[in-house]
Design a protein around this ligand. Sequence first.
Ligand SMILES: [Zn+2]
Ligand SMILES: [Zn+2]
Length: 260
Amino acid sequence: MAEPPRGYNGRVESLASEAAPDCYGHPGIPSVGRCRGCGRACCDRCATDGVGGALCPACASDRIPWEDRGGAGPWRAFARTVQAALFETERFFRRLRRPGPLRPALAFSLAVHWLGWSTFALLYAFGLPGKGGPSLSTPERILGALVVVGLGGLLGVAGDLLLALCVHALLRFLGETPGGLSATARAVCYGGAPGVLNATVVLPTFLIPQAWAAICTVRAVEQAQGVSWGRAATAVLVPTLAAMLVTFALANAAMGQLAG
Ligand SMILES: [Zn+2]
Ligand SMILES: [Zn+2]
């Protein structure tokens, strides 16, 4: 950056700091604000509305692959979205600064939970010991697996919506929520992407998908609502930990029933 000229009793410096910088895309046109995504100065013509501030054209067109799946097809778009959420967390969740629809986010959550339950359902259906209980035919086992996957997916989406309600209530209790409930729900749905790792069956026993999803959801809420990391972390972790404790208590009680 060039040194401002000196020798005018500080007048030039103060004028230079008051004048708006030029728009990054339109040299010579003064900017009206900075992009919430990348911080570049934008003019009236370039800026579009984002959550809690304006977005430049580049950030406004940087979309979540799942919501832009016309070209790539649903499988590819799903894989790219999961990959970006898990491994390019910072950049991926910045895309939630752009307001978007709730419906594709719910569909994404359903797909994540279906996939997460798939291996477990197959093990349940085809790994059942034949002794003791009635032996099942192959169609019955396939039907059983489909029921487990279907129910697991629906319960998963219901869980995400419940978590979104709790997170949003806490966020509102702690301050402003410029994105509204829909933005929080989108953040929870996309933040749950590591749930696909439940399909590995081994990782969930070490709570790895759950912990990873919690980290992603904090990042997602932070971006979707434009709130501080601390507020997002409080709003996400309190209900997440409460849900985990309840699950443990229920699992323990069920084990006790089985043992007794
Ligand atoms: Zn930008
Ligand atoms: Zn411009």
